[in-house]
Write a protein that binds this ligand. Structure first.
Ligand code: 26Y
Length: 818
């Protein structure tokens, strides 16, 4: 009989080495005497996976015993990136694995590089979900993540002649050791059909008679916490054909068609929609949403029913978090299950539903809110449409009692939008039913209250809150910047900050220490050299590591104003060209780095990418410029690229027009890594400024309240001469492709310049000049850099998750003691 501790896998290098070799031989099926880096990665990953599975089991056993209230995080997108380094660090076995590998003749970093990214999401919202999962696990919260297992993740960006092309990301090609297929955890998900009325208990009851059934299969992705045994699960659903669709007797032709038909079921989870924001009311997208929601809810209810035989305690045991509106059909689904299947009366069911949901919105613009055409919903999910109508009918009825017959307001607040295309407003549905509506920064909350959801705020002020976003220091310092991580631990005298992030503030005490400066600069230089190597390998461009590395990496959007950045670079180039040779020595050398994907159908964004390449090819080949200025576009920006670029950045740009970035989380990763920020007072930047002091950043641009006033001015808005000049250079074909860039230039012409690129240009250049000046003063720069890291604690997702747990979900940590 094994003792309790013998049950666990051993983590000394000798045991790990045997383990890796066993996996080489029996899992990867290669000879233990001959395997390459990729096979070493596969074996290593499986060895780590064994340890994750062990911890997952222990966590679930303990949670089952304790039966605490659980949080279920529902999100259609997760940008997890790579798992290997993160997992071994969180499990506390990185060094042991590195030693085991080294004895086998492999290098951990090289092996880790073999892993591809899991990119099941688009941008901010999706990476935030990934950071939050890491924090939930680390803080021992009883949490589950739910999502979809897309076969094709976010497209790969390939640049040909400076133009973006999209290639499918068939990421499961080489297998995925980080998931556990649960062939027995499956649920039927139904679509189409009709609603019929049947007699029930002396009255009438509505019954949905669906037309198609698809099977959802669970794939569990373990999420290990740091410094704890707790390992939570991100459960992703894949669609499989169901045997409930009748497979009776066929002739050959029918048989073949029937099999092909079954395969169609799998398309539901096949591809991630690559649009960062817009919603086009496509049937497949709606199918994905419902598929995800229905499977997750069946799973959640099954777990609840393991320990309960009625729904009275449901709100005390279950918190459901809606990550934006994509999962909000779950509201109608829970009503349907409670009323139609569990036979609760409507009012009782509604009472439960209103206690379990919280909703977080990641949008600032009303135009981007999701609407589902009624025709589409009615055909795919006829019963759900009825339920949504019923919810709305009761809501509007109550509302009339409160606000009378202000029909404009009633129609604005209605869940149903009457119009050319009658639609369901998913955000309104979510707000009506959620007990809490969270914004993602303080400024975002102000916008929710005064603009986007003003009507609802006035009705239910108590529902509206904000939880400023955060990112996990585990991935964004410990994994991606190991040298900085060691340095921080050395100066704080402890590694405890990796779990207790507030300790980072302790660096402030050393902000004037010359020895720290020296070590800090060395670490930063090593990171810059690593980045320079990558740039050269990828683009052939040699960059000067003593130049300021100025980075803007994020999805390409007009509101994020990569165009402003490029126009600024053109201005810098123009100035260098027009200088006396002698004066050029005074120029602070820069390497400008831009990276990001444009949604495939977003024409203007794609032109920005082309412009970046056109300008780069001019500048980088101009002998007058030499090392003073380089422009590099980093293709296929993703989580792993971010892990490489962020630690090597001196300055990073977050320059959205005020009022357009709900929060921004990239900025927090740069902040943690001691990169200085050039930013507008938008989203979370305002709170970062309060934490750091405006003197430790380079701020510029129109303020939130000025933006609408400036827009009013339209054509009468004054724009600086330099701006007109650089736009003209692009317009006149100085960088070629004159015709192609016309619409881009038109978009910032006065009267047309919605994002105020022209208006903000002057103060942008001033902020850039201030950055140049600060960079020359190495001590000052280094102090600001240290203060940035020291001031980043508040922007950890640990803090965000604690706030959610306490104030929104009402859950408590539940730490596995064995
Ligand atoms: C149309 C609807 C279905 C929809 C589709 C995508 C709604 C929202 C989104 C994605 C939004 C998004 O990524 N927003 C970003 O969220 C980040 C995390 O909160 C913020 O930091 C960032 O400012 C915001 O743009």
């Amino acid at each position: 009989m094994l003792g309790l501790m013998d049950r666990f896998l051993k983590n000394d290098p000798a045991s790990l080495q045997k383990d890796i070799l066993d996996h080489v031989e029996y899992t990867v099926a290669r000879s233990r005497f001959s395997f390459d880096d990729f096979e070493a990665y596969q074996a290593l990953a499986h060895s780590v996976r064994d340890r994750l599975i062990e911890r997952c089991h222990d966590t679930q056993i303990y949670l089952k015993m304790k039966d605490p209230k659980r949080i279920y995080f529902l999100s259609l997108e997760y940008l997890m990136g790579r798992s290997l380094s993160n997992s071994v660090i969180n499990l506390g076995v990185r060094d042991q694995y590195a030693e085991a590998l080294s004895q086998l003749g492999f290098e951990f970093e090289v092996v880790a590089e073999q892993e591809g990214d899991a990119a099941l999401g688009n941008g901010g919202l999706a990476r935030l979900s990934a950071c939050q999962m890491d924090s939930l696990a680390t803080l021992d919260y009883p949490a589950w993540g739910y999502g979809l297992r897309y076969q094709y993740g976010l497209f790969r960006q390939v640049i040909l002649d400076g133009y973006q092309h999209e290639q499918p990301d068939y990421w499961l090609n080489f297998g995925n050791p980080w998931e556990i297929e649960r062939i027995h955890v499956t649920y039927p998900v139904k679509f189409y059909g009709t609603v019929e009325e049947v007699d029930f208990n002396g009255g009438k009851q509505k019954v949905w008679v669906p037309g198609e059934t698809v099977e959802a299969v669970a794939y569990d992705n373990p999420i290990p916490g740091y410094g704890t045994r707790n390992t939570i699960t991100l459960r992703l659903w894949a669609a499989k054909p169901s045997d409930q669709n009748n497979m009776e007797s066929y002739n050959t032709g029918d048989y073949i068609n029937a099999v092909v038909d079954r395969q169609r079921a799998e398309t539901i989870s096949s591809v991630l929609y690559p649009d960062d924001r817009s919603y086009q009311g496509k049937e497949l997208r709606l199918k994905q949403q419902y598929f995800f929601v229905s499977a997750s809810l069946q799973d959640i209810i099954r777990r609840y029913k393991d320990t309960h035989n009625n729904f009275d305690d449901f709100p005390d045991k279950v918190a459901l978090q809606l990550n934006d509106t994509q999962p909000s059909l779950v509201i109608a689904e829970l009503m349907r299950v409670l009323v139609d299947e569990e036979n609760l009366v409507w009012s009782k069911a509604w009472d439960i539903v209103c206690k379990v949901f919280s909703f977080t919105t990641h949008t600032v613009s009303r135009d981007n809110l999701e609407k589902v055409p009624v025709d589409l919903l009615g055909s795919l999910l006829p019963r759900h449409l009825q339920i949504i109508y019923d919810i709305n009918f009761k809501f509007i009825d109550d509302l009339k009692k409160k606000i009378g017959t202000d029909y404009d307001r009633l129609s604005r607040m209605s869940v149903v939008e009457e119009g050319a295309v009658k639609s369901i407003r998913m955000a309104n549905l979510s707000i009506v039913c959620a007990h809490t509506v969270n914004g993602v920064s303080r400024v975002h909350w102000e916008l929710l209250k005064t603009r986007i959801f003003k009507d609802f705020y006035e009705l239910w002020p108590h529902k509206f809150h904000y939880k400023t976003n955060g990112v996990t220091q585990r991935r964004w310092i410990v994994v991606s910047n190991p040298n900085l991580c060691s340095l921080i631990s050395k100066w704080l005298g402890t590694e405890a900050w990796i779990r207790e992030v507030d300790l980072l503030a302790g660096l402030r005490e050393h902000a004037a220490d010359a020895e720290l400066y020296r070590e800090w600069k060395t670490v930063r230089m090593v990171n810059k050299m690593r980045l320079a190597e990558y740039i050269e390998a990828m683009s052939g461009i040699k960059v000067n590591v003593n130049a300021m590395f100025d980075v803007q990496i994020k999805r390409i959007h007009e509101y994020k104003r990569q165009f402003l950045n490029i126009l600024g670079i053109i201005h810098r180039y123009d100035c260098i060209k027009n200088m006396e040779k002698n004066d050029r020595r005074k120029v602070v050398p820069r390497v400008c780095i831009i990276g990001g994907k444009a949604a495939p159908g977003y024409e203007i964004a794609k032109k920005v990418i082309k412009l970046c390449h056109a300008v780069a090819s001019k500048i980088n080949n101009d002998p007058d410029v030499g090392d003073l200025l380089k422009l590099v576009f980093i293709p296929d920006y993703n989580v792993s690229v971010a892990e490489l670029v962020i630690p090597g950045a001196d300055l990073s740009q977050h320059i959205s027009t005020a009022g357009h970035e709900a929060s921004g989380t990239g900025i927090m990763k740069f902040l943690m890594n001691g990169c200085l920020l050039l930013a507008t007072a938008d989203g979370s930047t305002v709170e970062i400024m309060e934490e750091l002091g405006a003197e430790n950043m380079f701020l510029f641009g129109a303020k939130l309240h000025e933006v609408p006033v400036l827009r009013e001015k339209g054509q009468n808005l004054k724009v600086p001469l330099q701006f007109a000049r650089v736009v003209r250079m692009v317009r006149d074909g100085y960088f070629g492709f004159q015709e192609h860039f016309k619409s881009l230039c038109d978009s910032v012409e006065s009267g047309n310049d919605f994002y105020l690129v022209g208006y903000d240009f002057e103060s942008y250049l001033e902020a850039q000049a201030a950055a140049d000046k600060a960079f020359v003063d190495e001590e000052k720069w280094c102090r600001m850099s240290i203060l940035s890291t020291a001031g980043s604690a508040r922007f950890s997702s640990d803090r965000t998750m604690e706030e959610y747990a306490e104030k929104t979900w009402g859950i408590k940590p539940c730490r596995c003691p064995f």
